[in-house]
Design a protein around this ligand. Sequence first.
Ligand code: NAP
Length: 643
Amino acid sequence: MNHITRDFHALAADESLLDQALEGADVAPLLMVLVHLTGEEHWLDEVAPHINGPWNFQETVPEKLKRRLRARMKEVLLDYAARGTPLPTEPPPGLLPRMLAAGVGGPVPDEYIPMILEEMMLDDIDPKTVHWRTRPDDETLAAFRVVIIGAGVSGLGMAIKLREAGIPFVIYEKNKTVGGTWLENSYPGCGVDTPNHFYSLSFEPNHDWPDHFSKRDELWKYMERLADQYDLRRDIRFETEVTASVYDEARAVWRVTVRDASGVEETSEANAVITAVGQLNRPSIPPIPGLDEFAGAKFHTARWDHSVDLAGKNVAMIGTGASGMQTGPSIAPVVKHLTIFQRSAHWAVYNQNYHKSVGPGKTAALKLIPFYAKWYRFQLLWASSDGLHASLHVDPDWKTPDQSLNETNQKFRDQLIAYIRDQVNGDEALIKKVVPPYPPYGKRMLRDNYWYKMLTRDNVDLVTDPIERITADGVTTKGGKFWPADVLVLATGFQAQRMLTPMHVEGRGGQTIRALWGDDNPRAYLGITVPAFPNLFLIYGPGTNLAHGGSAIYHSECQTRYIMQCLRELLETGARAMEVKQDPHDRFNEYLDATHAKMVWAHGGVGNWYKNKHGRVVTNSPFRLVDYRAMTEKLDRNDYEMM
Ligand code: NAP
């Protein structure tokens, strides 16, 4: 009995719990479950016209129809339980395309079906698992050692797959425990901007998220759970930072040097090194004159000092990106005065679920109604998928190219401005400050965390005059105005482009990553492999950050599958090393650059953490999720030199 069947029997045995779950369930995924279990197509005819999009607030299904749907669902579930027949894991043949379209209120092209089924895992078996074709003998496996750098969600996900395959590994993690970015970022209000029930490993969904967009503690707890559930800690060396990885060509091994908390260094060998350090790991401290002279408490958002009580203090915050957006409104009600220094305005979009909790009914539905969580995940995947991608391309004939890319982008811009206007009660001076001149999505699209409302508070000032210098007790702007501050918060982002910093990574022929990439020009094949760096694999590498949709976890699973195929190739063929050829690497990067050139992140009127000083977008993927999945689904051996 799999867990779907087991939990479902618990539900059927408790009718009041069943009622609560049915009542709390969203109507579209419930419709999917009903059609999945019964094949009763007429429900699609009746309900689908009232579903206008993938979010639960986009349905207008009449109450009476909802009641009928729930009643039929209850009947079907109780009947299944009474008969004891197994639940069908497959939806009725031929109905899937109609069901998908009905569930999200619009067409779902066939090319997405494999990706959707993979993400839903209707039969609870992860199709992304890479299986041995000919399992190497135990001795061969035991002699192979993989080093993973970083125990954030990507490193943990990789470790789980290595463990399943029986490939030995060690994770080196600089922090005291797992969690990566969700451990390090603990600033007030820190949370996820991707809908939570999609922001988790596909093979390890969590039905206990308290919110639709949960806060940092919940995300961190999820990763702690992964580490415990898969007993990963025994293979993690905590408080151990990798300082260098040097490839020994003669022996085809990486010599990995680590430093522990007491400063002791140690070098060991690995057949393969997988970096899972994230792009947003090393804080960026701005070179503002006088920063060191500030006498009060001063910290970066990713290094929040919880010993500092902000109550009654004058707080200055520099930066208005995703971290600032969450910090500002969370501390404004507590502090005496909050002065926010904005270098450039960011766009922010409102989502009705952003501050909403899930509630016990929906949680029960997620846990207990068979397949409900899977159909819900499909909806959220779709809501966060490639829907926007086409609208982020430049229309070369567009008449106002500075402020928008095309007609759809301009419409979105107008909607965002109308929303801002409403939030700040028509305050024209404020509107002028917060409406960005560049197109929506030029920088990362933020989720409004009551930011605009916060700006209307009496104890908050938004300063757009550039900072001249910082002194012991405050900040002076170019116009000569002094802003007193007891505490300085740097919401100034990360050294995203200086990837793998500060590690020394040295490949074949003494070539270093730093010399190859410089400070800000990383490139890799599929974001994963680099010529001259055999058996080095990157997760969340160059050109893989997602800014149109999806989630970093989704991409990391694509990369994990690809890397597992590489390791399988090495272990099954007995090759000691594999190195991506220059040609596919270069062609891929040319394609990536050419695609970016027509898209919003390369827009000349915007500064963002995606573009390097030459204007090349180095962090982001310009590809649709469905395309990146296809690119990474199957390893092409011809792309590699096997050694
Ligand atoms: P960020 O988006 O890079 O924002 C940094 C902010 O600091 C910007 O407003 C930037 O201004 C400003 N800044 C930097 N240097 C400055 C200087 N010398 N003087 C004045 N202002 C300066 O960093 P972030 O907010 O930490 O977010 C980074 C990324 O992390 C996000 O894009 C997102 O991918 C991820 N993140 C996600 C979440 C979430 O899911 N909720 C939360 C936090 C972070 P300019 O805009 O003018 O450069």
